[in-house]
Ligand binder design. Sequence first.
Ligand code: HEC
Ligand code: HEC
Length: 448
Amino acid sequence: MYRTRFLRGGPGFAVSVFFLLGAACVLTGASEEPGQDVPRDEHGAASIEYQSQVLTGLLPAEDVTQPPAAIDPVVWTAFVPEDNALSADRVALGRKLYFDTRLSQDGSVSCATCHDVTRGFTDQLPVSEGIRGQFGKRNAPTTLNVALLQSLFLDGRSPSLEHQAKMPILNPVEMGMPDEDTALKAISGDPEYQAAFRKAYGREVNYEDLGRAIAAFERTLVFMDSPFRRFLAGDAEAISAQAKAGWELFNAKARCMTCHPMNPSNPLGTDNRFHNVGVSARHQDFEALATQALRAMEEDTSEQKLDELAVGTDLSELGRFMVTRNRAEIGSFRTLLILNIGITPPYMHDGSLATLWDVIDHYNKGGEPNPFLDGGMEPLALTEEEINQLVAFLFTLTDDRFAEENQRQFELQRAAAEQQRPFRDEEMAFRRTLGFEKRVQATPSTDQ
Ligand code: HEC
Ligand code: HEC
């Protein structure tokens, strides 16, 4: 089913993405969707009506003007801009916009196509499909808990949710609107929108308020009521002994907490900084790419151009360097959130790792060597048992409202890992080539 859709992209790109997705399907069994009867749109996301219904079930009818229960009220105020205080009208408008495919050039894509309520608010694809079957180069992160991030996008090029929400609508491989006016025209004739904008912001339909409303809606997506959170709060029985051992490793031998700090005052598991952990180094000549990037950005210095290059071209792999032009940040990406990590496969900025076992294998070998590798990366010498413990811990970070999908993913990923990790008996830290790397290398790619 996915394969035919992929083949509609450019031929070279289709082949490599086709393979990546093929691998992801085999690995995670992702073609076995839960509930085969879920109505789907043409890009594979659950239909808007279906998603909207599920979302209503997920979100408690709380007073949105109050800070979420899980978050310190003082901390929360720091994350809500003064000119966009939360109100029920703003959230309702943002929710409508989030699901509206009219904001895309061919009327087929909305935010919810790639940040699907039924798929952990991602698309569970290696890289996302936008209008006309085009694929970008980046994996869609979840929109859950983005309210608490200090910068947005994997290279941090956007300073706020308000700003971020305006970008995908104009990105040629995402929603593809040629400019803000065209995007506005798609909705401004609709009396429902005219009334909703006036109610929410006291003004006519305009692009700044569109960004604000979507941001307001995203601030209601705080989902961190996980078994691990209850464990941290003192419920020793909330997670298994295996997961507890994983938590110990996370903080000690595996050194994950140096970049993914997790504690009651930082529940997100990200330091909000940028590191090269050697994901892109597998397949990129950084020097050549950096030269190409500098030239492209000299020609056009707009933020739309940057967005286009970062999402839609191989320059994506340069990560934070595209924003700062600081050589030391070549191949660096923001430490990703690990809350709800069980339900948002595949992993990393390029979606190259299909399971959490693959992720730990990557860290265990010390990442991929390259001149810009973070100093905190080195071989960990974790045993198979320790790897299983770390993975068990990671699966306790999912909000209880997604417990069923989390369990399903755990079983799919475990089955895939058992089949696909051919070096099970070797010392992990001495593997130079990992199972998934072999699969990637074995694929003829006409993409370069
Ligand atoms: C075609 C798929 C697609 C569509 C449509 C899309 N996104 Fe995304 N989204 C992505 C990808 C891919 C990224 C990562 C891009 C990057 O980091 O450069 C992303 C990143 C984000 C982030 C940043 C998350 C983080 O961890 O930094 C937010 C928030 C977000 N999108 C919200 C939205 C909203 C709101 C809309 C609708 C206006 C939208 N997206 C439309 C694919 C999509
Ligand atoms: C040097 C900093 C650093 C260390 C140490 C580190 N991480 Fe990460 N982590 C990152 C960065 C940066 C990313 C995003 C990398 C990318 O996409 O290229 C990431 C991504 C991830 C992801 C994928 C998230 C997603 O949504 O795709 C997981 C899971 C993860 N890390 C878990 C761990 C675990 C478990 C450990 C310990 C074994 C660990 N990390 C150690 C910085 C680090």
